[in-house]
Design a protein around this ligand. Structure first.
Ligand SMILES: [Zn+2]
Ligand SMILES: [Zn+2]
Length: 348
């Protein structure tokens, strides 16, 4: 089979690899669409670890192609998406439903082979944990491939307590900032304020329903957020760009007792950033981070995707497997929003 292989930062090639076979407890999937994640790009840039020689791709939707001995509840031909987390099922986090926090966690696409290949073996642990999730007929597989980033977004929104009428400030309108806008709107949040230096992205955010868009290089962001939120500041502030110096300004946009979520990962080894601790103490702001999502959030996200306006427009760049390396270059050049690697003829 053909597969994209990660060798080292800056080096991804498409090569021949032996086609895997599903052993006992395992299944094999033919990926139909696999979306490229900001964290894949961070691996490519050398900011995040992945095993040299691994097949990247953890945002996977496809069709079950082979079912190993002893597997129940999954059938050949079934349309599925995969929660890429392998967890121990014994630690405190696993026992309390938070496998995404598992201390022994490994992930498809980083530690184990992922979806940028014609065939993907799903390990027994993922199958038995119920991390192979059926895709409703109403959701096309190319859309289901963004379940993972959308579930991470739902986890962030739920951590921030977002519900109907929650005011939000989103810093950064890249793919993940845009998912916060769209899923936030689907949950009824508002007003939603998007802060983004690139005009093109501000215009898209406005068109997709942001109540206010601000240019951090030209606007008085703090004053504008206060004016839009009755003078108090936002109920929830999400930092969705990996710039550590934005932590202080983010705290400044929050109302007392708001949640400020550092959603983006930050480059390793960066200098520590100062912020005024009194913004946390006197305002009782909850400063937190979030990454990945629970299995329950994956399941509910698949339903939410079908009710989210403009969601399909988040996917702007599409590539065949042989051009997978170009998907990385497009993200590095900040061209468009989400990139998909598609496998024509598989599934829908
Ligand atoms: Zn991802
Ligand atoms: Zn665990």
């Amino acid at each position: 089979m053909r597969a994209a292989i990660y060798h080292s930062p800056g080096s991804i090639t498409v090569e021949d690899r032996p086609t895997p076979k599903a052993g006992p407890g395992e299944i094999r999937i033919r990926p139909s669409a696999v979306s490229l994640c900001a964290s894949d790009v961070r691996v490519f840039k050398g900011e995040k670890y992945a095993l040299p020689g691994v097949i990247p791709g953890h945002e996977i939707a496809g069709v079950v192609d082979e079912v190993g001995e002893g597997v129940t509840g999954i059938t050949e031909g079934q349309r599925v998406m995969v929660n890429p987390i392998v967890a121990c099922n014994r630690c405190l986090f696993c026992l309390t439903g938070r496998r995404n926090r598992c201390s022994e966690r490994t992930t498809l696409g980083y530690d184990l082979d992922g979806g940028f290949a014609e065939y993907m073996l799903v390990p027994e642990s993922i199958v038995s944990m119920g991390h192979v999730i059926p895709v409703p007929d109403s959701i096309p597989l190319w859309l289901a491939s963004i379940t993972e980033p959308s579930a991470c977004t739902l986890a962030s929104l739920e951590l921030c307590g977002v519900r109907a009428g929650t005011s939000m400030a989103i810093i950064g309108a890249g793919p993940m900032g845009m998912l916060h806008l769209l899923l936030g709107k689907a949950l009824g949040a508002g007003p939603i304020i998007v802060i983004e230096p690139f005009e093109e992205r501000r215009m898209i955010a406005k068109r997709w329903g942001a109540d206010l868009v601000l240019d951090p290089e030209a606007d008085d962001v703090k004053a504008a957020v206060r004016a839009e939120t009755g003078g108090l500041g936002a109920d929830a502030v999400v930092v969705s760009v990996g710039v550590a110096s934005l932590v202080g300004p983010a705290l400044d946009l929050a109302r007392p007792q708001a949640v400020v979520n550092l959603f983006a990962g930050f480059p390793k080894g960066g200098a520590p950033v100062p912020f005024d601790p009194n913004l946390v103490h006197y305002s009782e702001v909850l400063l937190t981070g979030s990454q990945n999502a629970t299995t329950d959030q994956y399941r509910r996200t698949l339903r939410l995707l079908g009710q989210t306006a403009h969601i399909e427009e988040v996917i702007t760049n599409r590539y065949g497997l042989e051009s997978a390396p170009e998907a990385y270059s497009a993200r590095l050049a900040m061209s468009g929003l989400k990139s998909l690697v598609e496998f024509p003829g598989v599934g829908d």
